[in-house]
Design a protein around this ligand. Structure first.
Ligand code: HEM
Length: 405
């Protein structure tokens, strides 16, 4: 990977050679552990400048302590989340909403969306979530003693629930999974092509629901009011695209990392099988140990942050995988301890943009693990196979071939 020039205002001694894309353990690696590989940054300074730490190849200040990350995420007057990252890939200019809006307009849209993702709304979805999990796992159990847990369970489970939540037809599941994969993990050709397809799909769906509303997410959005007016087309698109992207890959990835961990740690599997009441807490510890999201903010002004001369327009990286392995926050952060208490992890972010879908995501992960452990015997990574993991702007796991019996 080429190294970008370091801006003049960055003192040379503050430049670090770590990034989430190409440092050891970050590129696709069989049997890799990108989360453990990230933890090396805690031996270094609280903040350093990485010349290449975004997917588009820009440099960023890397915040290595969880407490400092919380400060950045909370101080929206200093650090903006307005990047138009999705639209700019298409040569356009509109924010995904509410993620790329700063306060006060962020709050207007967030309050409108909150009820759709409330614990009550998630509780209503719970029977459907469980039914989806049992159907998939029963099919896996009856078809042999091995499966690809990502392809056969994590993706169809997470994406299926998500489509149901949005009111989208389930027969298009594979198409949506392919779009999400191209968008999040594709190359420079596939990524913008997928972005264009998703935008066209959201626009078309919005137009259909405007004409003939039904009882679903998009109908709610096209009929919603903010500040006494209906939403403009670009706002509907900004919300639709964000929710589509935010929910498609994240839950499947979390379940994949969890099952990979359990496949390698049979005593923890046994603990959760014997005492399923522990699964809720265990899922929190697994979320802490294996988070997937890398958050970026843009400095709104020149700021001296813990000795770093951040200049207006600089990128600031708050990686949840770095925060969650901070020894100042967690004792033995690189040990997965399913009985750990008081877990205050960063996996769903912090501050005004804290994940809107966290209640839904948590219920899906817990139900997925409960049903998997209840219906399948002790499982391990299939001999001769190696799950491929990768770092980047969204950490991920592929080809998780498990066997049992
Ligand atoms: C394990 C699964 C998930 C993880 C780890 C996760 C993580 C995150 C993180 C870290 C943020 C903050 C981003 C930032 O501040 O830059 C975020 C925001 C968001 N997430 Fe999630 N997410 C998950 C699942 C979901 C699901 C299932 C949905 C929707 C169905 C969702 C919808 C959103 C939305 C709309 C935002 C933006 C909130 C705002 O700007 O106010 N997420 N998520």
């Amino acid at each position: 990977m080429a190294t970008n020039p370091v801006p003049d205002h960055v003192p040379p001694e503050m430049v670090g050679d770590f990034n989430l894309f190409s440092s050891p353990g970050m590129s696709p690696t069989p049997n890799g552990d990108p989360h453990a590989a990230v933890a090396c940054v805690h031996a270094g300074p609280r903040i350093f400048y990485s010349p290449w730490n975004t997917r588009t190849g820009q440099g960023a200040w890397v915040i290595t302590r969880a407490a400092d990350q919380r400060r950045v995420l909370q101080e929206t007057e200093n650090f903006s989340s307005h990047r138009n990252i999705f639209a700019s890939a298409l040569g356009e200019d509109w924010p995904t909403i509410p993620l790329e809006l700063d306060p006060p307009s962020h709050a207007v849209f967030r309050s409108m969306l909150n009820p759709l993702f409330s614990p009550k709304r998630v509780a209503e979805l719970e029977p459907a979530i469980r039914e989806r999990a049992t159907t998939l796992i029963t099919r896996i159990a009856s078809s042999g003693t091995s499966c690809d847990a990502m392809k056969d369970f994590a993706y169809p489970f997470g994406v299926g629930i998500f489509l149901r939540f949005l009111g989208l037809p389930e027969h298009r599941l594979e198409t949506f999974v392919a779009w999400a994969k191209d968008l999040l993990h594709g190359d420079d050709v596939r990524r913008p092509a997928a972005a264009r397809t998703i935008v066209a799909f959201i626009d078309e769906l919005a137009a259909m629901r405007r004409k003939k509303p039904v009882d679903d997410f998009m109908s709610f959005i096209v009929q919603a009011q903010v500040e006494g007016r209906g939403l403009r087309d670009d706002e509907v698109r900004g919300i639709g695209v964000l929710v589509f992207v935010a929910g498609l890959d994240t839950v499947a990835t979390a379940i994949g990392f969890d099952l990979a961990y359990l496949a390698r740690n049979l005593e923890d599997q046994e603990l959760l099988r014997k005492e399923p009441d522990r699964i809720v807490r265990a899922a929190e510890e697994l979320l802490r140990a294996f988070p997937s999201v890398h958050m970026i903010r843009v400095a709104r002004k020149d700021i001296d942050f813990e000795g770093a001369p951040i200049r207006k327009g600089d990128f600031v990286s708050c990686a949840t995988m770095i925060a969650n392995r901070d020894p100042a926050e967690f004792e033995s952060p690189n040990t997965v301890d399913l009985t750990r208490e008081g877990i205050r992890h960063a996996s769903f972010g912090y501050g005004p943009h804290r994940c809107l879908g966290s209640h839904l995501a948590r219920r899906e992960i817990v139900i997925g693990l409960e049903e998997w452990l209840a219906r399948l015997p002790p499982f391990r990574i299939k001999e001769g196979t190696a799950p491929i993991t990768h770092g980047g702007s969204l950490f991920g796991i592929e080809n998780l071939i498990l066997e049992w019996g």
